[in-house]
Structures are given as structure tokens and as C-alpha cells.
Design a protein around this ligand. Structure first.
Ligand code: ADP
Length: 202
């Protein structure tokens, strides 16, 4: 039972939480989604997701940070196992080198070209492939960056909507995964994800 005043207080507390980027944890089925502000390379999870490019060639942003932290054997493994790269909307797995993880899932999100070029379907498919890899490899915890919202230009609010709804839907129907973290690198991105997650609570 809540009074109208309580609602206002809850709303004000949520706004403060978003502004301060305090971690946000929401249960879906038997698993939970966590939003945290931070660097994905320091996470301790079964699989860390990379926002890669279709050539799997490495680059800047989170891709560069993950390869730097994991070590050069990851690029060698990619070249050996996936010489043809990875199509947009899919993902491939490697070992995790020096990271505190068992696997890296190299996911290829779409480049934003205005929204009329299957961007939503391709981004959803990239997340779904990672979730399927996680289940196949018996992972209990995954960490995602905000795929496609850096140099690929996907608007954060739209990408957050796809990412969170795709993951939440899967968590309602699987017992394999226990936690999916979104590790967001800046306050604007964190706020975008937090606002979408708020709307999924009611
Ligand atoms: P894309 O090419 O898919 O857009 P980017 O690496 O350019 O990938 O950006 C994706 C998101 O990852 C951006 O929000 C960017 O700020 C963020 N990012 C960059 N470095 C890190 C990191 N070390 N940990 C988590 N997120 C990161």
C-alpha cells in the first residue's frame, strides 16, 4: 500500500540514483540484471562481451580496452578460429587471456544508419547470440558493454531498449544464467540504460 506522497518519494529517489549512477539491480525470473558504471575489463564474470567489428580486427573503444587487458593471444585465437570474421548481428567466443573470465564473446553490432536498415533486429540478434553462447557454455554470469553506441553511433536510449528487453525476456525463460551485468562507461550511457530499466519495473 502506498500513498501518493510515497510514489513521489520513490520517484525522487530513483532520479537521484540515476544521477549518482548507483548500481541498479532488477530480478527477472530466477536471474537478475545489474547496471554498473565502470570498466568492463575489471569485471569477474564467466563471460565478458566485446563490441567487435565484422573483421574481428580489433580497434578502439571497448574492443581496444579488452584486447589490451586480455593480451595478444586473443587476437591470435580470433585469426586462427575465425579467419573470415563474424557477420553483423552475430558473435563468436574465445578464451579470455588475462581477464577475470573464462570467455570473451566478440559480438558485432550494427552501425547506425538512421534506423531503417535493420539496426534493431541486428542489435537484438547480437545480444541473443551472446545469451545463447552463454547458455551453451554453461555460463552463470555475463557482462555486456553498450554494444554499438560508441563509434557505431546507435542512439543510447534506443540501444538500451533493445538490450535490456532482449536480455530480460531471455532471463524469464532460462535457469542457466544468474546475473547479466551491463557495464556502462560514462554517466550519460548509464542514465540511458537506467531510465529504460525503470520503465520495465511497472
Ligand atoms: P561500437 O563500435 O560497438 O559503437 P565502442 O567501443 O565504440 O563500440 O563503444 C561501445 C560502448 O563501450 C561506448 O559506450 C563506450 O563508451 C564503451 N566503452 C569504451 N571502453 C569501455 C570499457 N573499458 N568498459 C566498458 N565500456 C567501454
Amino acid at each position: 500500500y502506498t500513498e501518493p506522497g510515497d510514489q513521489y518519494l520513490i520517484c525522487a529517489l530513483q532520479v537521484v540514483r540515476i544521477i549518482e549512477c548507483k548500481p541498479m539491480i532488477v530480478q527477472f525470473g530466477s536471474a537478475r540484471i545489474e547496471l554498473v558504471l565502470g570498466d568492463i575489463t575489471t569485471q569477474r564474470v564467466d563471460a565478458i562481451v566485446n563490441a567487435a567489428n565484422a573483421m574481428l580486427a580489433g580497434g578502439g573503444g571497448v574492443d581496444g580496452a579488452i584486447h589490451n587487458a586480455a593480451g595478444p593471444e586473443i587476437m591470435a585465437e580470433l585469426k586462427r578460429r575465425y579467419p573470415d570474421g563474424c557477420p553483423t548481428g552475430s558473435a563468436v567466443e574465445t578464451t579470455a587471456g588475462n581477464l577475470n573470465a573464462k570467455y570473451i564473446f566478440h559480438a558485432v553490432g550494427p552501425i547506425w544508419r538512421g534506423g531503417g536498415n535493420q539496426e534493431r533486429e541486428l542489435l537484438q540478434s547480437a545480444y541473443q547470440t551472446c545469451l545463447s553462447l552463454g547458455e551453451k557454455l554453461q555460463c552463470r554470469s555475463l557482462a555486456f558493454p553498450s554494444i554499438s553506441t560508441g563509434v557505431y553511433g546507435y542512439p543510447v536510449d534506443l540501444a538500451a531498449d533493445v538490450a535490456l528487453k532482449t536480455v530480460a525476456t531471455r532471463l524469464e525463460s532460462t535457469n542457466q544464467l544468474e546475473v547479466v551485468k551491463f557495464v556502462l562507461f560514462d554517466q550519460g550511457t548509464f542514465g540511458g540504460y537506467a531510465r529504460v530499466l525503470e520503465t520495465m519495473l511497472v
